[in-house]
Design a protein around this ligand. Sequence first.
Ligand code: FAD
Ligand code: NAP
Length: 548
Amino acid sequence: MNDARISAPLVTDFDTVIVGAGFAGLYMLHKLREDGFTARVFEAGTGVGGTWYWNRYPGARCDIESVDYSYSFSPELEQEWQWSERYPRQPEILAYLNHVADRFDLRRDIQLETRVTAAHFDQRTGLWRVATDRGQHVTARYCVMATGCLSLPKRPDFPGVERFAGDWYLTAAWPREPVDLTGKRVGVIGTGSTAIQVIPQVAREAAHLTVFQRTANFSVPARNGPLPAAEQQRIKADYPARRGISRDSLFGVPVAMPAAPQRTRDIPPAELRQMLETLWAQGGAMSLLAAAPDVIVDPEANAIVAEFVREKIRATVKDPKVAALLCPSTHPLGTKRLCLDTDYYETYNRDNVTLVDLRATPIEQITEHGLRTSAAEYPLDVLIFATGFDAMTGALNSIDIRGQDGLSLKQAWADGPQTYLGLASAGFPNMFLITGPQSPSVFSNMVVSIEQHVAWIAECMAYLREQGIACIEASPQAQAGWVAHVAEVANSTLMPQTDSWYVGANVPGKPRVFTPYLGGVGPYRRHCEQVAARGYEGFELIRRPVAA
Ligand code: FAD
Ligand code: NAP
């Protein structure tokens, strides 16, 4: 970057523009205000909450325990908020985030119902110019993208969808008003994490539910239930230690990384069986992965655990043909997101539920009165699309982001995302990404990863202010090294082989790149800390001109 081109003016509209008001944007705003920066959040939704504002579908809840899927930055907040369940429902998480917005007086700096359409870096001033769909143009020294990894749903592109005479819903844009499915013939397309939560709920309400499955997924029981006050009190009494273990862990959950991990295949079969039975009885997908992390590396370990789950499916589902269809066979366990459910497999024992195998009989079209596969037409009153997201890069690429020399982010990432630490991208000075591609992000308890990124970014901005530095930009060399490292770690696992949204396989035309960093939340955190301690190694820092 050329110093001479930067002549920073003294006045900007805000120090920072933050895009998005989910877990990431809310905490970023709070932290920056605490550190004496001005900030404005732009949020497309009519309320705060991000994922938990948009995904109001029946059964929506998180798959990390409530006491861990929550902010740790305020000891008062974590003590005063009472969770009602082990895995809270969407309304409770949304209420929590609204409470955070009120408790820390965040709303005055959040502009809702405003989509950021463009963010252009002005080389002359060293500032970002941000445009919104309300016709606003604001300047800021920093731009923080808190746009979410899973915030751009795929639109239904099935032939004939516009002809459907019934009602159709996208799970990720579920209406705020209650949807009454009583007595209706409902179809659900998809069997990912979302569908696995929706299906048992809809089956209880609808006259008939038809599930259209293309790929059977592995799912682990949640064993959800009320979180008794005494149990919550016990956890809260030791919160700092629990949070510390999560921060140092592999996935951001309170399961310590073993010093000398035992290979699953080396565990005597009877002992392994006992361990898996205990984990199954306790519930929790992350606990299963954390207890046997080599399942994503070692095909033999994977085969053992996968077969254990298949056995459970066969033992639960009464019709052997349906059970066989529900047994995943196309991918190793955990290489698509391991799902968490309440009564998912049990639901297929109901008389009012039909499973359709789309691999054998693909969807041909949606008709006026239902859905036609290559084998049959299914009459439907309601269709629910639980078909996923343009994940990781979709929300970022929807904004016209331009950095040095007019370089567009979309162009720069045409062959896949290019970031340094998942925090910044070369050519885009003073732009930060929260849980960006190539950080642990979606392969972790995201609240832990969000807090780590927010704290790192805020500390970085404070450093730049103290040192009189106008611009920070990832160096292309450091970025290339990080991208190669992320790929190397991913390629040492079974993950990239599977067609999943982790590699962009769910969006036609998307470059196939494995995007989350699999090196673990704890090691990644320490690496980021070292980068900062070494004066932001791998970044180029440009001093502020003396006379601006
Ligand atoms: P988001 O919550 O996605 O918020 C991003 C916000 O940015 C959105 O409100 C969006 O409207 C806004 N935005 C995007 N682009 C623009 C723009 N151009 N202009 C203005 N606003 C914009 N993670 C877990 O760790 N555990 C879980 O159990 C879990 N469950 C999940 C369940 C569902 C249904 C989904 C979809 C995701 C789940 N996740 C889970 C991942 C979840 O996304 C994160 O945990 C977390 O909520 C992300 O917070 P965020 O603030 O980074 O992004
Ligand atoms: P997803 O995992 O991408 O699942 C989408 C489903 O739709 C898949 O079964 C997919 O089949 C199917 N599908 C997509 N396009 C299709 C088509 N054209 N025809 C037929 N089937 C099609 O999306 P998601 O379920 O919304 O989950 C996304 C992520 O959000 C999760 O992985 C997780 O990280 C997060 N999430 C978490 C929870 C939680 O438990 N807390 C809940 C929901 C979401 P294929 O597999 O064959 O592509």
